[in-house]
Design a protein around this ligand. Sequence first.
Ligand SMILES: Cc1cc2nc3c(=O)[nH]c(=O)nc-3n(C[C@H](O)[C@H](O)[C@H](O)COP(=O)(O)OP(=O)(O)OC[C@H]3O[C@@H](n4cnc5c(N)ncnc54)[C@H](O)[C@@H]3O)c2cc1C
Length: 435
Amino acid sequence: MENNSASVPTDNNVPQKFIILGGGAAGILLAMKLASEKRILNIDITLVDCKSFFEYTPSLISVLYEGTDEQFERHFSKATADYKTLLGRLGVKFELGILLNMDTEYVTLDGDGATNQHRKIPYDIAVICTGSSYHSPWKVSIQEQPTTTIEWKDRLNYLRTQREEYKASKNILCIGGGPVGVEVVTEIAYRSSKKKITLVNSAEKVLSGTPRGISESGERVLHHLDPIQLINGEKAECMDDHTYKTSKTNTEIKTDLVYNCTGVRPNTQFLQKSHLDWLDEKQHIRVNEFFQVQENNNRVFAIGDVNNANEPKLWFTAHMQTVHLYHNLKRLLSSPSLDMIPYHGSQLSMVISLGPNYAVGSLNDGVVLLNGWPLGRNKGSKMASIAKHTIERITMNDFHSKKLTNNILYNTHEKGQLLPRILSKVSTCSDQQTD
Ligand SMILES: Cc1cc2nc3c(=O)[nH]c(=O)nc-3n(C[C@H](O)[C@H](O)[C@H](O)COP(=O)(O)OP(=O)(O)OC[C@H]3O[C@@H](n4cnc5c(N)ncnc54)[C@H](O)[C@@H]3O)c2cc1C
């Protein structure tokens, strides 16, 4: 990179208009981190989202399959937060609306319900955090060009319907053996042991692509849960509404409920008209190591699932990218002559639930593995499960410790920091000795 110094307009008296597009993992954390310094940095922050509420996606599976309807509604309330209230407390403006377009000075939103007129919101600096869509019911789908904004009550009613369908079903088919598919089938197996669940996974093992040890641990637990039939190395093909067939062995699967747990799709439709050139072949926004969308342009950045950074699309990595960008934005806004620091990627720490009380977890690319060893390996780790519940509580209840926790995680995971560099050296040495 030749020159990445700031090119943001700076009239010191007028706060710069800072806009965050999307309030998921990345957007909400960035808003929280910048809010406490907005006066010093002289910025006015606005966050835009087409939902009126923040939703903690990693909890949605456990929410849907809660033991009773009352617990389901209570857990949904605890895993969501109203943006206006949350951001209002931080002094951040909230705009409810569907992003339709972005040009060099404005983003365009749909009508506000009262007027139906498109709204134009000016910006000096924009951070795109519009994330990705996933198959229903796990995320609100933005793919089919959304036509209405989504209120909390609508989402709750939709999930209630999904829950009724689940309760009425007897034979459930789940397609995809990644973290979402594995969490879904294990949660159901514990909650409703009489339902028959088939998991069809095109890879040779579940959880492939996760840090070492996780896949073997997940596979072992699935084999010990009676209601689950696991079919690896095949695809599920739809024959009719209630029948699927696998691609190699032609195994017939009768089902009354199907969950598709494959593939994330970036939410970049609003760039199709004005900035097709920003997108790669998978429709992710191309970014460099500073998360700049265009080389040397310090006005537009993209972080989280929406960008093409070469790391897994996770809540965790979205947070690591956010903390990194926050540090660079602080440099940029407080002293434009300072160069920005490149992002080196992050070592992965992840926890995958295996039902309500067990999980498998891995810290720093598998340096530490929590899998129930030595006595509980057929079920998974209770400690990892407690960690997952604690992360949810930190995310939803305690915004001060959320910022602190993410700072600690960043310093221990971003590959340019000292500890991750040491861990990576130790891990390479031990791999070489094993070979
Ligand atoms: C079921 C499930 C479980 C998961 N569990 C885990 C886990 O345990 N750990 C983990 O690390 N990762 C997990 N993930 C992945 C994680 O949820 C994502 O990687 C993360 O949400 C990405 O964050 P983001 O901020 O980039 O985008 P998102 O969280 O997708 O947020 C994007 C925001 O932008 C808004 N938006 C999008 N388009 C528009 C538009 N046109 N107009 C207005 N607003 C818009 C959306 O409403 C949304 O609020 C899970 C994913 C799923 C589906």
